[in-house]
Design a protein around this ligand. Structure first.
Ligand code: F6P
Length: 548
């Protein structure tokens, strides 16, 4: 994979907020914070050309961000001062960038084609053979009947990526339907009720093979297979993707049905590994290859493009500007048109697990904000729900709008154009707003009496100056989806490099898992819980006393 020259990564002693670039940005913010985007657009007719960039079939328009040319110069200077280019080179070379767990985060190697490590290529071949046989109806279940349904059991990074890719890019050939279940209990029961155990494959996706929720689901699914007459041939109804093959074998998965993961692939970066198997089954191996190729093209762009035209870098820097300098604590990700509904959930894990950190590499508390709260949903529905707050609420929320130039199969041109018009209208309105004077004039034109127009104007006016970026894909294809997801992975890395935090560990999550494990026996113990804080003890004891 082409990489930037490694250069030198300097040892840091000063806090980020004391660096010259940060101070310059602080002064710049003070000088420019009261300028309205409407004014900036009026003053610069070239704003779109100046603040947009294109790569890998994606256009990034960041002209509606709160920036002027000097802002971008200063943000780029900050990136250079933080040694961003050598840090990118380290990531792409598979260096141990996960410095608390002393591991690489080499997800880019999973999509490097011929340049990928041998074990990666071998695994892709076995996935391809397995998915191909399944899609052809050549994989037989109990009694020799072909497998026609697949359930993928996994959670977090072992579910969100493949579910998103399958939803966005499933082949339109009436092939195998893949059901994703993360939450134990009723969701699994409901899925199983609609399937025939003798014709179903259960794929257990868990890097650790120790995640409570996934194992609960796996045990329930195994019992369902057994009860449904698939017991003696259990091996033919189970598969696993894991970095813990011994545990998968112990569970009853046949060794040839265990697909490997490696410790150098983080859960939330694992779609490109065998964790993508359910997506490959849904979309077909060739389309999965396109997904990998799209991601790889973004890796090359990230490695080679100058920072000034580098999509992940530009997106990261404008995001950091809004969150750290304009104190915008949340960000909304709003895809338009169908197919990308699951993007916000995938991105929420990617960013909030990666960037939700409070100390830098040396363990010192950060003096600035790190990752923002990320939320979002399908734009068409959001417009009729939370967009009101985006337009008139007191807390400005920067938005990533995502749309496609061409419609998806199944959506006609006219319908698609309506969606696009809505997407562009929302970002324009957020940017320019509607002044009280404009509102008043509009009301008068409608024949509203003058006093009433004056009374209503402040209620109907929109402040505007609400920043957004728009990412326009040519069309929703496996290739463009791969490029989009890789863009976001790299955007996340850029911010972590500037903040000097570890984007690849998740100690908060690990502590939560451990505490849940230790709390579990309290529910079956005859004695009241006393070992925890008063609230937790109280809640456990309340549940116990109310049990029938
Ligand atoms: O809950 C967070 C997490 O640790 C993620 O990072 C990971 O993707 C998920 O759990 C699932 O873990 P596993 O693949 O080991 O079951």
């Amino acid at each position: 994979m082409p990489a930037m020259p490694a250069g030198q990564i300097r040892k840091r002693t000063a806090a980020l907020t004391r660096t010259p670039a940060w101070r310059a940005l602080t002064a710049h913010h003070k000088a420019w914070r009261d300028r309205h985007l409407r004014e900036l657009f009026a003053a610069d007719p070239q704003r779109f050309e100046r603040f947009s960039a294109e790569a890998c079939g994606l256009l990034l328009d960041y002209s509606k961000c709160l920036v002027v040319p000097e802002t971008m110069d200063l943000l780029l200077a900050l990136a250079r001062e933080r040694d961003l280019e050598p840090r990118i080179a380290e990531l792409l070379a598979g260096k141990r960038v996960n410095f608390t767990e002393k591991r690489a985060a080499w997800h880019t190697a999973l999509r490097a084609g011929e340049a990928a490590p041998h074990e990666v290529r071998r695994t892709l071949e076995s996935m391809r053979a397995f998915a191909g046989a399944l899609r052809k109806g050549a994989l037989k279940g109990a009694g020799g009947r072909p497998i026609t349904g697949v359930i993928s059991l996994g959670i977090g990074g072992s579910a969100l990526g493949p579910a998103l890719a399958a939803n966005a890019c499933a082949a339109d050939d009436g092939g195998i339907r893949v059901h994703f279940v993360a939450t134990p209990g009723e969701p699994l029961a409901r899925t199983l009720a609609a399937l025939d155990p003798q014709a179903t494959l259960v794929i257990i996706q868990s890097k650790s093979f120790s995640t409570q929720e996934t194992l609960l689901n796996a045990r329930a699914a195994r019992a369902w297979l057994e009860a449904g007459g698939a017991a003696t041939e259990r091996g033919t109804h189970l598969a696993a993707v894991t970095a813990n093959p011994a545990a998968a074998r112990g569970f009853g998965v046949a060794p040839e049905r265990i697909f490997p993961m490696w410790d150098w692939v983080g859960g939330r970066y694992s779609l490109w590994s065998a964790v993508g198997l359910p997506a490959m089954i849904a979309m077909g191996a060739d389309r999965f290859d396109d997904l990998l190729a799209g991601a790889s093209s973004m890796d090359t762009h990230f490695a080679k493009a100058p920072l000034e035209r580098n999509l992940p870098v530009l997106s990261a820097l404008t995001g950091l500007w809004h969150s750290d300098f304009h104190a915008m604590d949340t960000r909304a990700v709003i895809p338009y048109g169908s197919g990308l509904e699951l993007l916000p959930a995938w991105l929420q894990q990617l960013e909030m697990e990666s960037l939700g950190k409070g100390v830098n590499r040396r363990g010192q508390p950060l003096r600035h904000d790190s990752g923002a709260v990320l939320w979002g949903g399908a734009g068409t529905e959001g417009q009729h729900a939370y967009f009101q707050m985006l337009h008139q609420g007191t807390r400005p929320v920067p938005v990533d709008f995502i749309a496609c130039r061409k419609p998806r199969a199944g959506t006609d041109d006219d319908t698609h154009t309506v969606m696009l018009a809505n997407c562009l209208a929302q970002s324009a309105l957020l940017m320019q707003g509607v002044t009280a004077a404009e509102t008043e004039q509009a009301l008068l034109r409608q024949g509203v009496p003058a006093r009433e127009a004056v009374r209503l104007a402040p209620h109907q006016a929109l402040p505007g100056n609400r920043p957004s970026s728009t990412l326009l894909l040519d069309a929703l294809t496996p290739h463009s989806l791969g490029a989009l997801l890789a863009l976001y992975e790299h955007r996340t890395f850029v911010q972590s490099a500037i903040w000097d935090i570890n984007a690849f560990d998740q100690w908060g999550v690990e502590h939560g898992k451990r505490l849940a494990d230790s709390l579990l026996p309290e529910f079956s113990s005859a004695a009241p819980a006393t070992a925890h804080d008063a609230s937790t003890n109280g809640l456990v004891n309340y549940v116990k006393t109310k049990k029938p």
